[in-house]
Write a protein that binds this ligand. Structure first.
Ligand code: ADP
Length: 485
């Protein structure tokens, strides 16, 4: 598209959109900074057009509408920043359009790009971009726990201790070096238990180790934190030290964690979708507490497991969430599994609420989180961490199909084509879990519910059937006739 000659799509009125992926008189233009499944999905989307070049947009400082968002500090209550204003500011600011930010309608950008450009970027009404500006409040291990602890305390204060118990889904955690002394006190109170050390901002199991003795950590601490005479010494890396879950639920003697996909399209009001499919990632070696230094036993990251000497790439070490739910239901009954999975809903909502007032809300932004949840031997789910960039690289055909459907349905939810009514509770494999409050399932949607259930159940179907294509066909037909009438 040649800049300056055409007006942005939103200015041409919603009525002129058509279902082939065209905004106004032109196609939907996207940018993508990744070369994996998401790019395949975008390229396969009818009527969507790739903007050449990656991550090459020049920031455009909009003089008329300086970015308040980037100037607000963490912890401040945020209202919608509405970067494009209500539309009138935007339309009046032709200099904004002249900048290259108007070249795309949808941008799957990486976090680094957003961090560098968001504060000086101008966005039009219709533009959508991956990530909220300060997503790290939830996705950095130390900040996630800090925010959860704060909301837990506030809940206890306002609603009582019993309510606070609904936050007991994250293991006791301290930030190092800042909370070292509190940690040592706690350590001494619980002799013999196992702790896990994790760098706060790294991923894929890097830099993680388990320990039982304080000496193990003091040796490590000397290397990391002992003040050296060199004044140019780098600030020590932040770690979290966390109580290790010593009794994970085992299948075939192996530990696993569950990847759950969650889509947030707004923080204010909070609007959250939960994807039905995901997977369990198993460790390659039988679980034992005798060998706490063996990462193949204790860390379930695929990045770690694929290096195990006896790793079989054909078998991989994944189960679909459907397989897992079926297995657990057969073993423990539908009710017990329903309760366990309800615990995951609670984790999702509480964690998002813990940052709801901190995240810089922006109607242009959305986030697809990858939650890592671990069941203990009582089937209680524990939150391990939340990723803002869950891996979209497929490890095999099944994994590819899962991610392809997941991402296609994400675009269906965002609905840049304007095909939906906006009232949908389910779009493909995504179910609306929360919109300023819990969403209840429609009567006809009782999959995974125990036989004979008549009471309202939450609109949450993790690990249930995901006949997304059939559902989409029906959905679009229904939406079309509603719109016509
Ligand atoms: P990373 O971001 O490096 O993947 P995680 O916090 O996800 O770090 O931890 C990596 C893996 O270590 C998890 O997938 C899980 O298998 C294991 N793990 C992490 N924390 C705990 C814990 N508190 N108890 C038991 N296992 C854990």
């Amino acid at each position: 598209m040649s800049k300056g000659t055409k007006v942005p799509g939103y200015m041409q009125g919603k009525g002129s959109r058509n279902p082939r992926g065209i905004i106004g008189d032109r196609e939907i233009r996207y940018k993508c900074s990744l070369q994996n499944t998401i790019l395949d999905v975008l390229r396969g989307r009818p009527g969507w057009q790739e903007v050449p070049g990656q991550n090459n947009i020049q920031p455009n400082v909009n003089q008329a509408n300086p970015k308040q968002a980037g100037q607000q500090s963490t912890g401040q209550q945020q209202a919608n920043t509405g970067k494009s204003g209500s539309g009138s500011t935007t339309q009046g600011t032709t200099s904004g359009y002249k900048g290259s930010d108007g070249d795309w309608d949808f941008y799957w950008c990486d976090r680094e790009w957003l961090a560098q450009n968001y504060d000086t970027m101008f966005l039009y009404e219709h533009q959508k971009i991956l990530h909220f500006r300060n997503h790290y409040e939830l996705t950095r291990k130390n900040l996630m726990v800090k925010n959860l602890k704060r909301l837990k305390k506030q809940t206890e204060r306002e609603l009582g201790k019993a309510e606070g118990q609904s936050f007991e889904f994250f293991p006791t955690t301290y930030e190092l070096p800042s909370e070292y002394h509190i940690f040592v006190e706690e350590f001494k109170k619980n002799p013999g238990i196992i702790w896990i050390m994790k760098p706060a901002a790294r991923a894929q199991g890097r830099g993680i180790f388990l320990f039982r003795r304080l000496k193990d950590i003091t040796d490590w601490k000397k290397g990391e934190y002992q003040p050296l005479s060199d004044p140019n010494r780098e600030v020590p890396e932040t770690y979290v030290v966390q109580r290790y879950i010593e009794n994970p639920y085992l299948i075939g003697g192996r530990k696993f964690d569950v990847r759950v996909y969650v889509l947030v399209v707004s923080y204010n009001p909070l609007k959250v979708w939960l994807y039905r499919s995901g997977f369990a990632r198993f460790s390659n070696t039988r679980f034992s507490l005798d060998s706490i230094e063996d990462t193949y036993v204790h860390l379930t990251n695929v990045a770690i497991q694929k290096n195990a000497p006896d790793y079989d790439p054909d078998k991989g070490c994944k189960w679909s969430t459907q397989q897992l739910r079926k297995y657990l239901s057969a073993k423990h009954g539908v009710e017990a599994v329903k309760k366990a999975f309800k615990g995951i809903d609670n984790i999702i909502i509480k964690s998002l609420q813990s940052v709801q007032k901190i995240i810089i809300n922006d109607k242009h932004c959305f986030e697809m989180y990858g939650y890592d949840v671990l069941f203990d031997s009582d089937l209680k789910p524990w939150l391990i961490e939340i990723n803002a960039s869950p891996s979209l690289t497929a490890s095999g055909k099944e994994d590819y199909d899962l991610k392809f459907g997941l991402l296609n349905d994400l675009l269906n939810v965002l609905d840049l084509e304007n095909r939906l009514t906006g009232k949908e509770k389910r779009v493909g494999g995504w179910d609306l879990l929360w919109e300023d409050g819990p969403i209840l399932a429609d009567d006809g949607n009782m999959e995974c519910a125990p036989n004979g259930t008549t009471a309202s159940i939450p609109n949450s179907f993790l690990g249930c059937h995901n006949e997304r294509k059939r559902q989409l066909r029906e959905l679009y037909t229904a939406a079309q006739s509603i719109k016509k009438s």
